[in-house]
Every structure is written in structure tokens, then in C-alpha cells.
Design a binder for this molecule. Structure first.
Ligand code: MV4
Length: 447
């Protein structure tokens, strides 16, 4: 078992990891930038160490500061949370070289899944459905034109070093392809230092459905049901739920088994997620794999009754998987709303500042994951998410009713938040019926 874990993150996820460490009797070390000195992770950790100035490149992304803090505090592992260094294969590799346990998969697994062409090849080989398209890299525009004639338009050009919506372009015909192809290459080169692109048939208005996985690193992988994350804006998820209202029992079983098979192919270790696109015919296709704990993990925790961060820590310490697949049961329904310090009436512009009043909701079926409090100053340097409101019930209707009343109870003053947006979505007939896809917010008006 791990004895001391350095938490290389901030905000609600740092707090979440510290809490899990405490419950397992593991000492937790917080790291903080100068602007995060007066925050809950610093206060609640067993030790805290300053790693630099506010800018992420000089603190939470500064691998040398973080490694120094790990060595100085005699920590035996690093939990990267999400974002920052969580999917940085080089950083995981440095940890391996120095006998510091990176809590997550090996650097090799991160590298493989970070290369989108390689990831797709592995999944295809494992028998996971993939989207028809190029067999690897598309070297030039002539090759692109030939291929698209065969697969048919519209197509999507994606950067192999991309992911999460970065470096994508759609082409509806041959002319668009010619310009989009070159633009996609230039954009990929500038954004990732790698101009490799591949092409897929474009699936119109899919749903985003992802499978939570847990692997022991020895070839055993279990799946913990799906999350529907179709409500996104510019590739930022705003609402997630489990189970997906669009997935039937038959598809649930198949998509879960396929995802577990894919992860087992690389002997996946720790928590991970495979993202799928679900088309309007109910067919699903591999999109990408996330090798980290995700923001939306609590909706899965609630419906499977498991603490995924504790499981991460236990697996990193050498434990076996907590359950067998046949003992996993999905019970009830959970919905998460991300509360961001953003103005939904002004294009969701980030609005950092001081929270002058903070009163989270409570009562049955309500969970709030947050590092915020009355008087907390939201710095402008980081993500604008200040809380996650997770509500559950015996069914979707009850979870939704609780979410509505919890949003009504939630008081945050001093900064605008996404609460009014969520209140509006919870009353939207399309959301209530569960008929949502990734285009849901395209024509959503806040007035
Ligand atoms: C697609 C697609 C349609 N067809 N691939 C966006 C994030 C990145 N992981 C891949 N994405 C997409 N890939 C094909 N072949 C549509 C998207 C997409 C999307 C996917 C999930 C959630 C929201 C989205 C919003 C726009 C586009």
C-alpha cells in the first residue's frame, strides 16, 4: 500500500484525492501556486508545499518543481488528477525512472492512447468498432481525395496528436477537402508540433457515450457502465449522466464488453475511459481513450456504489480489482451539472472574482464536490469550474427532480455562474425526454 501521495493538482479534484487518501490512511501532500495558498486542499492535506507562481507553466505544469516537492516530502507516489500532467507520457516516464509511482497507467499506455491513429489501430485489432476512414496517416491531398471518393462525404480530418476536439476539420465535398486538408495539417503542426492527420467518415449529430473502466495492469479489466456526455459546448462538457437514456440493455452489455476488451489489449492499469460516438441508428464507434480520472467520475461512483479515487490509489499500491464483472450492478440514475464561474448570458465568458456568499444545497440524493467557500477568490489563471452538483435518484425522473430543487437551493454570489443555464436545461422538453445529441446547445438560447 502507498504511504504518502503528492497531489499534483488544485481545486476540487485535489480535495477529492486528499479525502480519498485520508480514508485509506495514506498521507497526502498538497502542492500550490502562490495564488492558491489559502485554499482547502492546502488546509486539509497533511503537508503543503509551494511550487511556484500562478501561471500553470511555472507551477502545476512545472515537472521539476513537482518532482522536487515529491523528493523533499519523501512521497512515494504522485496523483495527477485531471488536466495539467495527467496525460503527459514524458512526465509519467520520468516518474518511472525515479521510482515514483505515477497514479495511472504506464507512460507507454499513455503514449499509445495519446497517438489517436495508434489508439484506433489497437482498438480495431481488439475487435472494437471504429469509424470507417483512412488506414493510418493520410500523407497528402491526393491520397485524401482518393480515399474520400471511396468512403463518401462528409468527412472529418483529425490530428493524430489531437483529441478532445482539438485539430479537427469537416469537409462536405472535394473542394472543401482540398482546402481543409492543408489547413488541418498547418493547425496540427502549430498546435502539437506534429502535422500527422487521418480521415474518417463524418457522423452527423452523434451522442457522446463513454465507458468507465478499471484495470489491474495484469490483463484484467472491468467496465462500470456508461456516461452520456452529449451536452457540451465547444468540447467542454456541461452536463453528464449515468446511465445514458439512449442506451438499451443489449447495447450496454456490448459496448461495455468491447471497451473492456480494448483496454485489456494493452493490459490497462488504473481508471480509464473509452469514449464512443453513438449514431442515430444506435451503432457505436470508438472515438478515443482517456487515461485519467475524469471530471464526471462521480455519476459512475453513485450508480455503481464505488469510490473510484480510492480504487485508483489501491490499484497503484498493488491491490487487485475490487469486484468481478458479474458483481457490478448499475442502480438508479445520477446527473452532474458543472457549475462554472462563467456568464451564460454572455457566451459563457469566464468571470473570476471573489465569491461573497456560498451556500451549497443538501438533502437526499445530493452531492456537491467543490473547493469553494464564502470569501474564496477564483483566480483567473485556471479552469473556471468551481463546483460539481451531482444528484441521484431511483430513476432519471427522481434524479432530475432533485437536480431542479438543488439548483434552486444553490446560492453563489459575487460572480456569475452557469446555474441559470442548468435550470433552463432541466426544464427543456428535449432534455427531459432524454433525446439529446452533441448538437443540443447549437440552437439553445439563454434569452
Ligand atoms: C467525430 C465526429 C463525427 N464524426 N468523428 C469531437 C471530439 C473528438 N474526440 C472527436 N469529436 C468528434 N469526432 C467523426 N468521425 C464528431 C465529433 C464531435 C463531438 C464528439 C463528441 C462530443 C461532442 C462533439 C462535438 C463536435 C464534434
Amino acid at each position: 500500500m502507498l504511504k504518502k501521495v503528492l497531489v499534483a493538482n488544485r481545486g476540487e479534484i485535489a480535495l477529492r484525492v486528499i479525502r480519498a487518501c485520508k480514508e485509506l490512511g495514506i498521507r497526502a501532500v498538497a502542492v500550490y501556486s502562490t495564488t492558491d495558498r489559502d485554499t482547502l486542499p492546502v488546509l486539509l492535506a497533511d503537508e503543503a508545499i509551494c511550487i511556484g507562481p500562478p501561471r500553470p507553466m511555472e507551477s502545476y505544469l512545472d515537472t521539476r518543481s513537482i518532482l522536487s516537492a515529491t523528493i523533499i516530502t519523501n512521497s512515494d507516489a504522485i496523483h495527477p488528477g485531471y488536466g495539467f500532467l495527467a496525460e503527459n507520457a514524458d512526465f509519467a516516464g520520468i516518474c518511472e525512472e525515479h521510482n515514483i509511482k505515477f497514479i495511472g497507467p504506464t507512460s507507454e499506455m499513455i503514449r499509445k492512447m495519446g497517438d489517436k491513429i495508434e489508439a484506433k489501430r489497437i482498438m480495431k485489432e481488439a475487435g472494437v468498432p471504429t469509424i470507417p476512414g483512412s488506414d493510418g496517416l493520410v500523407e497528402d491531398v491526393n491520397m485524401a481525395v482518393k480515399l474520400c471518393k471511396k468512403i463518401g462525404y462528409p468527412v472529418i480530418i483529425k490530428a493524430t496528436a489531437g483529441g478532445g476536439g482539438k485539430g479537427m476539420r469537416i469537409a462536405r465535398d472535394r473542394d472543401e477537402l482540398k482546402t481543409s486538408f492543408e489547413m488541418a495539417r498547418v493547425e496540427a503542426k502549430n498546435a502539437f508540433g506534429n502535422d500527422g492527420v487521418y480521415i474518417e467518415k463524418y457522423i452527423r449529430n452523434p451522442r457522446h457515450v463513454e465507458i468507465q473502466l478499471l484495470g489491474d495492469g495484469k490483463g484484467n479489466v472491468i467496465h462500470l457502465g456508461e456516461r452520456d456526455c452529449s451536452i457540451q459546448r465547444r468540447h467542454q462538457k456541461l452536463i453528464e449522466e449515468s446511465p445514458s437514456p439512449a442506451v438499451n440493455e443489449k447495447t450496454r452489455k456490448k459496448i461495455g464488453e468491447d471497451a473492456a476488451k480494448g483496454a485489456a489489449k494493452i493490459d490497462y492499469e488504473g481508471v480509464g475511459t473509452i469514449e464512443f460516438l453513438l449514431d442515430s441508428d444506435g451503432k457505436f464507434y470508438f472515438m478515443e481513450m482517456n487515461t485519467r480520472i475524469q471530471v464526471e467520475h462521480p455519476v459512475t461512483e453513485i450508480v455503481v456504489d464505488m469510490d473510484l479515487v480510492k480504487e485508483q490509489l489501491k490499484i497503484a499500491g498493488g491491490d487487485n480489482l475490487p469486484s468481478r464483472q458479474e458483481d457490478i450492478r448499475i442502480r438508479g440514475h445520477a446527473i452532474e451539472c458543472r457549475i462554472n464561474a462563467e456568464d451564460p448570458y454572455h457566451d459563457f465568458a469566464p468571470r473570476p472574482g471573489t465569491i461573497t456568499a456560498f451556500h451549497p444545497p443538501g438533502g437526499p440524493g445530493v452531492r456537491v464536490d467543490t473547493h469553494a467557500y464564502t470569501g474564496y477568490n477564483i483566480p483567473p489563471y485556471y479552469d473556471s469550474m468551481i463546483a460539481k452538483l451531482i444528484c441521484h435518484g431511483r430513476d432519471r425522473e427522481e434524479a432530475l427532480a432533485r437536480m431542479k430543487r438543488a439548483l434552486d437551493e444553490f446560492i453563489i454570489e459575487g460572480v456569475p455562474t452557469t446555474i441559470p443555464f442548468h435550470k433552463k436545461v432541466m426544464r427543456d422538453p428535449r432534455f427531459i425526454s432524454g433525446e439529446v445529441d452533441t448538437s443540443f446547445l447549437d440552437d439553445f438560447e439563454m434569452e
